[in-house]
Design a protein around this ligand. Structure first.
Ligand code: ADP
Ligand code: 5GP
Length: 210
């Protein structure tokens, strides 16, 4: 098996169910995955805690993180800044652990450029109307912000083909299993197992006949 962990990017329209899938994935497979916690300048939603859902930062603090090269990627989403702290991700990947980045599209494309071996998953709802209903049902944004997020989704949908895998989040338990099996399968790619291949090639040499 390969030594380095995987960088997994999970993107999807706001309200598609990324956060919910992640919560259930981490609960079901607590030792398999690590979730990167992003920094953001957006205000905490009710029930969100600093250091758990996000590191909530002022714009000045966020800009200082950029200046100090502390962010692996960052982007603006609907007027707020979001970014992935670099050290946590790099450390875990070096330790052979799989890290999931739940980030939007501009950030995902930056990650793919820097780490071509990263695995990009896109989560969508069964229909566009489901997306609206989920955002309304979540009850965390005003009608205005929901409308803005839906408009952003339409623009984002142009980039879906840049992702490696698509997960249609209809049945939640099924989506969680799909994400788990996609990530598990990625470990078996020949390109991620070059050391194993080299070892068996070398060991088989003794059977060669002259
Ligand atoms: P995101 O993180 O992508 O913005 P959330 O995980 O917050 O989305 O989900 C948005 C809303 O949709 C939440 O209220 C959540 O409970 C609901 N939801 C998530 N997955 C499903 C699903 N498979 N079926 C129905 N509702 C879902
Ligand atoms: P929300 O405000 O709903 O928590 O997140 C808004 C969007 O920002 C979502 O698409 C979410 O995936 C994305 N996001 C969260 N953290 C990051 C990050 O660190 N970098 C980038 N590029 N996007 C992020």
């Amino acid at each position: 098996m390969d030594k380095k962990g995987l960088i997994i990017v999970l993107s999807g329209f706001s309200g598609a169910g990324k956060g919910t899938i992640m919560k259930h994935l981490l609960k079901k497979y607590p030792d398999a995955y690590h979730l990167s916690i992003s920094a953001t300048t957006r205000a905490p939603r009710q029930g969100e805690e600093d250091g758990r859902e996000y590191f909530f930062r002022t714009q000045e603090e966020f800009d200082a993180m950029i200046a100090n090269n502390e962010l692996l990627e960052y982007a603006t989403f609907n007027g707020n800044s979001y970014g992935t702290p670099r050290s946590y991700v790099e450390k875990l990947v070096e330790e052979g652990k799989d890290v999931i980045l739940e980030i939007e599209i501009q950030g995902a494309l930056q990650v793919k450029k820097m780490y071509p071996e990263a695995v990009l998953l896109f989560v969508m709802p069964p229909t566009a109307n489901d997306l609206k209903e989920r955002l309304v049902g979540r009850g965390t944004e005003t009608a205005d912000v929901i409308a803005q997020r839906l408009a952003i989704s339409s623009r984002e949908s142009q980039f879906m083909c840049g992702y490696d895998y698509l997960v249609v989040n209809d049945d939640l338990a099924k989506s969680v299993e799909q994400v788990h099996s996609i990530i598990s399968s990625e470990h078996f790619r020949t390109a991620r197992n070059e050391d194993t291949i080299k070892t068996i090639q070398k060991d088989l040499k003794k059977f060669e006949r002259r």
